[in-house]
Structures are given as structure tokens and as C-alpha cells.
Design a protein around this ligand. Structure first.
Ligand SMILES: [Zn+2]
Length: 556
């Protein structure tokens, strides 16, 4: 997923315009006045309830205890360990073994290999309602191996994968929060169930739709997702990003000697190239919201053999289900056209991933935002700021350093201002149960996402402090959900009466589609033996930086 959008100021201006327009409409007639009054009263009532909940000193004390109970050492150890595993999507073997061991040691019941995905699992503790599910992604980015704490390009292993987004930190946030709250639930006899699960292969949008299909969220009341960011924030309503379908088109041709009798061959690579040409011409006549990108995954063996088989992998992104389906239809047409031109055949269209656009829950987002204000931003040291500015200077970005103010809650993006963007398959879950994403400030901004730049800070004090801050917010929101049944009811009222009133979830994956668990297998097998030498050993070293012998910060 891409980082959050920085549109708040601009958004406020839009809201002001919308508010002005609403006032004009209300002034036009009594009927509108009555319509407008009803939601206003409901909103007032809700605010009163929230205020009452906030003024409960017993609840406040419990929440403070939950935040204070977050084990910062556990956060550091988990962030550094998962960083050192640096595993790609569907191959998170060491990562999942490590995390599920911690959960089992802490009394969780862990079901592994869920939804036909070897590295996926569901951990459960407690009993009864409410059921709160904590999720976060765990996979890395190809070729983003990078020494942490070093503010310029310096891979641990050249070309190896790494955590070039920061997915090594979210499980630490969730588990540190859950363990702190679990202790309080045991002591205070608080009823409820905690579930913890991983976003396997999120960079491939590979699994969450399958979790939903297999019913893993059927009994869940609220999902608290967490995602690395450069700020402390959350949002509700329609996001500005896109959903997507990820498809691999395979073409079958005929082999021939490239020089001897090429006229007897039919090149599948030609079909791939013509499909890409066709799609690039089509771009001009597609909505501005769409994004599409491709890589050729198979293009033949050597030039003197006419390639009889070739594959191209597309991400097709659009704003909503219907537009995604239409873009899919366009791509199929173009693929068939390319096959006709080359007298080859489309011999397969494999779904490799999918994501619904995101829509987050208002009451839960507001509760989390109130907790963000209570926890506040991490206390960055002079070294942390110097480090952040050095990375930004190296890239050539504005040297703004690390954020020091809480960003808080962002509302929906109006339809006409949505301009498309990244995707996260948490979208599928957000359309099945009330869900929010907690974005915590564990990375340095101003540099390109999905690259080694975003790995630099992810096993340093910046990631440790930011993730600990995230865990405190998560712990407080958990206490809110377990102790305030009205919040769970409000979450469902919003989910039923607002979010899903006119839009119903229909999976993008087809009935026969299966998780693409073959992806990244060879890549990971190639690098893992070498990477194993650099796994973090917390029994010997206080931090991964210490193990690697890196001075923090190392700058030019
Ligand atoms: Zn992500």
C-alpha cells in the first residue's frame, strides 16, 4: 500500500465549499431542513456518548495502563527480527514461524496454513464477544536489501529482498498491544476474543480476499489493521486509492528455428508485445482514475528460437468494483486482439491477486484518533532527526526530518476529487466487517515507496519508537472496544446504514481461483541461505544495529 495522502488542508477547503453548498440547499426549503436535522441530532447524540465514554475515569485509567503495559523491548526484538528475515510474499516461512511461536508462548491458539496459504495463520485467545481481529502485513520488497541506519545505498546482500516498505513492524505493533491488553483482560475478567493474523503477500494483493472467502472474518466484530507510515493517523470513509485485479496473461504460439524457418513459427512474445502496445494506446481513452502497469514474466529462451510461450503480468487498478471489472474486460479484448494478429492463442488468464478499494469505519477511526492525541508522537532524539534529514538530503527531498505532530483522523475523499492510486487488500476485509487502519510513524518520509530507501530506517530507533507509539494507540483502542459495547454497536450501525447501504461486497476473485502461492518461491530459495547468516540473534545483541556493527546514524 502507498503511504497516506497529504490532502488535509485541501480537503478542509473542499469541506468548507460543501458546507456552504449545503447551507444554500437548506435555506431553500423546509423539507431539506428536516432531512438535514435528523443526522445532525444523531451526530450530537453520538458525540455525547463519546464524551461520556471519554469522561469515564475508570476506563481512562485502564486505557493508560494498557498503553503503559506495551513492552518496548518486545517491539524492538520483533521489528529487528522480521527485518532480518526480509522475506517476500507467500514465502514468509521464517517470519510466520517466529511470530506464531511468540503467540503460542503467550497462550494463543494458532491455526496455520489457513485458506490454502502455507505461511498464513490465525491466532486466537479469549472467549465470547466482542471478537476483535488485529492484522498487519509481513512481506518484503524485491531487491530492497539495505543496511539499517546507513543513510545511503549499502545493501546487506546485493539484489536480495528486504523490507523496503516497512512490513516488518506491524505485527510488533499488534502483538505488543494485544499482550498488554490480554494481561488486563485476565486480571479484570473482561470478556472477549482477540484474533491476530498476517497480511501475507500484501505486496502482491494476494491473500485477504481468500481469508474472507474462507470465512475467517465471519465472526469478527471489528478489525484493527495497522500499517507503517511516516505519521500517526487514521481515516474513515472512501479512500482516494484504487482497488485492483492482478492478472497474468499466457500466450501459446509455435516454435521454429529463428533463422532457418521462422515463417513456420508463431511468436507468443509478439502477442505479449502487441498486447502491451494495445493497452498503452488504450490508456488515453480510460478514466483518469485508472492505473495499469505490467512486467513480462516469460519472454522466450534465446533469440534463435521463436518463443512458443510468453506471459505478461498486469495490475489493473480502478476506483470501484464495476470499473475494475470493466478494465479487466478491456484487457481481455486487447489480449484476444493480439492473439488474432499473431495467430497465437491466449491459453490462460490467471488471477494472481485482487483488492477492493478501501472504506474505513467512522466511529472506530474517531475512537482511535482520540487515543492518538493521548499517546502523542514519539520523542525523537537529535540523532533520529539528523538521520532522517540525511536520508532526505541523499535523495534530494526537502529536509523536513521526522514529523512531530499527530495527524489524527481524515474523512472521506469526495467522489470528484478521487484521482486513483495504490491499493491494499485490507479493502476486502473493510467491506465485510467494520475496519480501520492505524498508520504509525515508524519510517522516514520524502523518499520513494517500495524501494531500498524505505528499508533504511526500518531497524533503527525510528522504527522502534514509532512502532511502540503505534502499539500504545492500538492497546487503548482495544480497551475501548472491549469495555464500551456502544462503540461496537456504533461501528455496525455505520457499516450497515452508511457504508454498505448501496454498495455490497462481491469478490473480484472467481470461484475457481486459488492463492498464487508459487510466486517468489525461486527468488527466496536463491537468497535465503545467504540471508540466514544475517538473521538477528536477540540472545547475543541488544539490537540488530549492534549485531551488524553499524554506528547510528551513519551518514555521508
Ligand atoms: Zn504495505
Amino acid at each position: 500500500m502507498l503511504g497516506s495522502l497529504h490532502m488535509r488542508r485541501w480537503h478542509a477547503a473542499v469541506l468548507a465549499l460543501v458546507a456552504a453548498a449545503l447551507l444554500a440547499v437548506v435555506a431553500q426549503g423546509a423539507a431539506q431542513e428536516q432531512d438535514a436535522a435528523a443526522p445532525e441530532a444523531a451526530q450530537e447524540e453520538q458525540q455525547q456518548q463519546e464524551a461520556a465514554a471519554q469522561q469515564d475515569p475508570e476506563l481512562d485509567a485502564l486505557k493508560q495502563e494498557a498503553a503503559d503495559g506495551v513492552d518496548a523491548n518486545l517491539v524492538q526484538e520483533m521489528v529487528d527480527s522480521i527485518f532480518s528475515f526480509g522475506e517476500l510474499g507467500f514465502q514468509e516461512v521464517e517470519t510466520s514461524r517466529y511470530i506464531t511461536n511468540i503467540l503460542r508462548e503467550n497462550g494463543f491458539n494458532v491455526q496455520t496454513g489457513i485458506a490454502g496459504i502455507p505461511t498464513a495463520w490465525m491466532a486466537t485467545w479469549g472467549s465470547g464477544k466482542p471478537v476483535i481481529a488485529l492484522g498487519s502485513d509481513i512481506d518484503g520488497i524485491p531487491k530492497s536489501s539495505q543496511k539499517p541506519g546507513v543513510a545511503f545505498r549499502d545493501p546487506i546482500i546485493p539484489d536480495a529482498p528486504g523490507h523496503g516498505e516497512g512490513h516488518n513492524s506491524g505485527q510488533a505493533v499488534n502483538i505488543a498491544a494485544a499482550l498488554s491488553v490480554k494481561k488486563l483482560m485476565e486480571r479484570e475478567n473482561i470478556k472477549g476474543t482477540l484474533k491476530i493474523w498476517p497480511g501475507v503477500a500484501e505486496e502482491l494483493l494476494g491473500t485477504k480476499a481468500y481469508y474472507v472467502r474462507e470465512g475467517f472474518f465471519r465472526d469478527v466484530d471489528v478489525t484493527l489493521f495497522s500499517h507503517v507510515d511516516t505519521e500517526l493517523s487514521t481515516s474513515w470513509g472512501d479512500a482516494s486509492g484504487n482497488g485492483l485485479i492482478s492478472l497474468e496473461y499466457s500466450f501459446q504460439g509455435k516454435p521454429a528455428h529463428g533463422a532457418g524457418d521462422p515463417w513456420n513459427g508463431r511468436s507468443a512474445l509478439d502477442a505479449v508485445e502487441l498486447m502491451n502496445q494495445g493497452m498503452n494506446y488504450r490508456r488515453e481513452h480510460l478514466r483518469v482514475n485508472q492505473r495499469m502497469h505490467y512486467v513480462i514474466t516469460e519472454g522466450g529462451e534465446q533469440p534463435n528460437v521463436v518463443p512458443d510461450h510468453a506471459k505478461v503480468w498486469y495490475f489493473l487498478r480502478e476506483q470501484d468494483y464495476d470499473h475494475i471489472k470493466d478494465l479487466w474486460r478491456v484487457a481481455n479484448q486487447v489480449a484476444n486482439g493480439a492473439a488474432r494478429m499473431t495467430e497465437t492463442e491466449v491459453d490462460g488468464i490467471q488471477v494472481l491477486g485482487s483488492a477492493w478499494p478501501q472504506h474505513m469505519n467512522k466511529p472506530v477511526a474517531e475512537a482511535a484518533a482520540a487515543n492518538m492525541e493521548k499517546v502523542g508522537m514519539p520523542e525523537w532524539s537529535e540523532e533520529d532527526q539528523r538521520f532522517a534529514k540525511a536520508i532526505q538530503a541523499e535523495y534530494g527531498a526537502a529536509q523536513s526530518g521526522l514529523k512531530t505532530e499527530v495527524d489524527g483522523v481524515e474523512g472521506p475523499i469526495p467522489e470528484q476529487y478521487k484521482k486513483g492510486g495504490g491499493s491494499d487488500d485490507i479493502g476486502d476485509i473493510s467491506w465485510n466487517v467494520p475496519t480501520i487502519t492505524l498508520r504509525y510513524p515508524a519510517n522516514v518520509g520524502g523518499t520513494p515507496g517500495h524501494s531500498w530507501w524505505r528499508a533504511i530506517a526500518m531497524a533503527t530507533p525510528v522504527a522502534h519508537k514509532g512502532s511502540t507509539t503505534g502499539a500504545k494507540v492500538q492497546a487503548m483502542t482495544l480497551v475501548d472496544l472491549f469495555k464500551n459495547p456502544q462503540l461496537v454497536r456504533d461501528a455496525w450501525t455505520y457499516f450497515r446504514d452508511v457504508q454498505t447501504k448501496d454498495t455490497k461486497y462481491r469478490p473480484l476473485i472467481r470461484r475457481g481461483d486459488e492463492p498464487a502461492i508459487h510466486l517468489n518461491k525461486e527468488k527466496m530459495e536463491r537468497f535465503r541461505p545467504e540471508m540466514r547468516r544475517f538473521y538477528y540473534d536477540p540472545s547475543k545483541y541488544d539490537t540488530y544495529l549492534e549485531q551488524l556493527g553499524i554506528e547510528y546514524p551513519t551518514t555521508r
